[in-house]
Design a protein around this ligand. Structure first.
Ligand SMILES: Cc1cc2nc3c(=O)[nH]c(=O)nc-3n(C[C@H](O)[C@H](O)[C@H](O)COP(=O)(O)OP(=O)(O)OC[C@H]3O[C@@H](n4cnc5c(N)ncnc54)[C@H](O)[C@@H]3O)c2cc1C
Length: 506
């Protein structure tokens, strides 16, 4: 790299912008980069996105922030998985947990794979995922996933948090790392003769010039989509939801460390526990229901029909840009795409995009040498997440509305997902299929197995036969006992959060 300092402008101060600022400032500390984040005083952040996956823990560790610093400041709670309710009408399979899988689960996963595989072949074995994972037991007992010193196994967990407070917290951390914050509304980008961004023009007429621009301007995609005209590849054919209505409700006295996703008539509703409130949202498809009817259904679901609590309504588009890094611009966050929030993967995608970009930019000696590799990698991740989420809808056994019938019969799914489903239905082991299709780049084999078994994609009870002794080699009672005894090591969720608020996470 030349000795000249490189200037980076990050456009947007939502969660994506501040995660980017922190990662770049941390990885490129003392490496000659000047980073400025520009945010409009008039255009707000989206203000949803309050559930994470386990990599957020790694992000906080990378930027040097402890749980006792950030979690109380953001009203955050722990998350060990997502409980899916009413997505299936198959008896015994109307609810299941998609767990974050940790080290103790490695002892029970062989039993889960064995039982579920043979059940697909028609043997009457217990194949519901909830019997096999520690996370499910933690949710049942409302435990925190923070392991004590004398429990030497890694537990995977994510978080729930107030997205507005998280942005403010990350801003303070980034500013301490030297990131400059500028309030201005960008009116447009001026391109040079090669089509690179030369400078941004603010509504006050100021020119903001940098070597590299990060577009974190949200769904607008001001730079990547509007100025650089990178095409947007829509996923609307396979993911019908495009709207949400959002409410906060009071917090209960005790709450478990999970997000609850309940299937509704025209989509699904999330419930996310924060320390001071529950975040609730109904994600639905405007092709099948109008906004007023959806809000009424959601109010009824929450018991708020007579309440005057104000709702926020949102519109979104699903899909991704064709290139996340185009010319001298990197798109991060909603500007690069969005695959609806069912598995809370968006912030993980933000982290992955920035970390892989830094790697590619460093390896290419701060040139675009590895741009295509980077773009292919990030797009593959988006597509793998999309297929997993589409699978939720495609295999749902609900048929109570046009919405569910259209989802359950939708033929516009990717060839990769089609071949996974065909393998599963044929009773084959899907591990090789996942590897070949690179569909395990985001959700591993065990997650795919949880999804398909949790919704009861098995032969019907009448088709099952009892099977021999070898088939019954794992005893469910022993597995449950193993998880119960592991769970004895953990504090209650509330107790752990209380300790954090006192500045003690240990
Ligand atoms: C219904 C819904 C539920 C979601 N749930 C989850 C979830 O559970 N988990 C998860 O990980 N993600 C979730 N997401 C996604 C998550 O909300 C976003 O990924 C995250 O908030 C990051 O958004 P952002 O920073 O890209 O955009 P935004 O929050 O929209 O921020 C955009 C920023 O750009 C600035 N800006 C825009 N235009 C200009 C301009 N011209 N000049 C200057 N500044 C400008 C704005 O001021 C703002 O600061 C959800 C999204 C939706 C729609």
């Amino acid at each position: 790299m030349s000795n000249q300092r490189k200037k980076i402008i990050i456009l947007g101060g939502g969660t994506a912008g501040w995660i980017t600022a922190n990662l770049m400032a941390t990885h490129w500390q003392n490496k000659g980069f000047d980073i400025t984040l520009v945010e409009s005083p008039d255009i707000g952040i989206i203000g949803v996105g309050e559930g994470s996956t386990p990599p957020l823990k790694g992000f906080m560790e990378t930027i040097g922030v402890s749980e006792s610093e950030w979690m109380p400041a953001c009203n955050a709670t722990y998350k060990v998985g997502i409980t899916f309710r009413d997505w299936s009408v198959k008896p015994g399979f109307t609810e299941y947990v998609h767990p974050f899988v940790g080290q103790p689960d490695q002892f029970t996963i062989p039993a889960f794979f064995h039982n579920s595989y043979l059940r697909r072949k028609g043997v009457d074995l217990e194949g519901h995922p909830d019997h096999f994972f520690l996370a499910t037991e933690m949710i049942r007992q409302k435990l925190s996933p923070v392991a004590p010193e004398n429990f030497p196994f890694e537990i995977a967990y994510g978080y729930h948090f107030d997205s507005g407070l998280l942005g403010q917290f990350l801003r303070r951390v980034a500013e301490k790392k030297g990131v400059r914050y500028k309030v201005a509304t960008v009116a447009g980008a001026m391109l040079d003769a090669q089509g690179n961004i030369d400078h941004l023009k603010t509504t006050d007429g100021e020119a903001l010039k940098a070597d590299l621009y990060v577009d974190s301007s949200g769904f607008r995609g001001n730079l990547i989509q509007q100025s650089l005209k990178v095409p947007f590849i829509s996923s609307a054919e396979s993911l019908f939801n495009d709207s949400a209505v959002v409410f906060a409700t009071d917090q209960e006295r005790e709450y478990a460390p999970h997000t609850i996703s309940t299937a509704m008539k025209y989509g699904w509703a999330w419930q996310i526990p924060l320390t001071n409130r529950n975040g609730n949202g109904y994600v639905y498809s405007s092709r099948f229901v109008d906004d007023d009817k959806a809000e009424t259904e959601f109010r009824a679901h929450l018991g708020l029909l007579d309440s005057d609590v104000e709702a926020r309504r949102l519109k979104f588009k699903v899909g991704r840009v064709a290139q996340h890094w185009a010319k001298n611009c990197l798109a991060v966050g909603l500007s690069q795409g969005f695959i609806e929030p069912l598995e809370a993967t968006a912030l993980d995608m933000v982290q992955e995009t920035v970390v892989r970009f830094i790697e590619a930019y460093n390896n290419g000696d701060h040139t675009d040498k590895y741009r295509d590799d980077f773009n292919n990698r990030i797009s593959a991740r988006f597509d793998a997440v999309r297929d997993y989420i589409v699978c939720h809808y495609r295999i749902s056994s609900r048929a109570d509305t046009d919405y569910w019938i259209a989802n359950g019969t939708n033929e516009k799914i990717s060839p990769s997902l089609r071949s996974i489903l065909m393998s599963w239905m044929a009773g084959k082991n899907i591990t090789d299929e996942l590897l070949d299709q690179k569909l395990d780049v985001y959700f591993p084999n065990v997650s795919w197995n949880c999804l398909l078994t949790g919704k009861g994609v098995y032969p019907s009870q009448e088709q099952l036969r009892s099977g021999n002794e070898l088939a019954h080699k794992y005893k469910i009672e022993e597995i449950k006992d193993f998880n119960r005894r592991c769970a004895l090591n953990f504090k209650s969720h509330l107790q752990q959060l209380h300790l954090l608020s006192l500045g003690d996470g240990g």
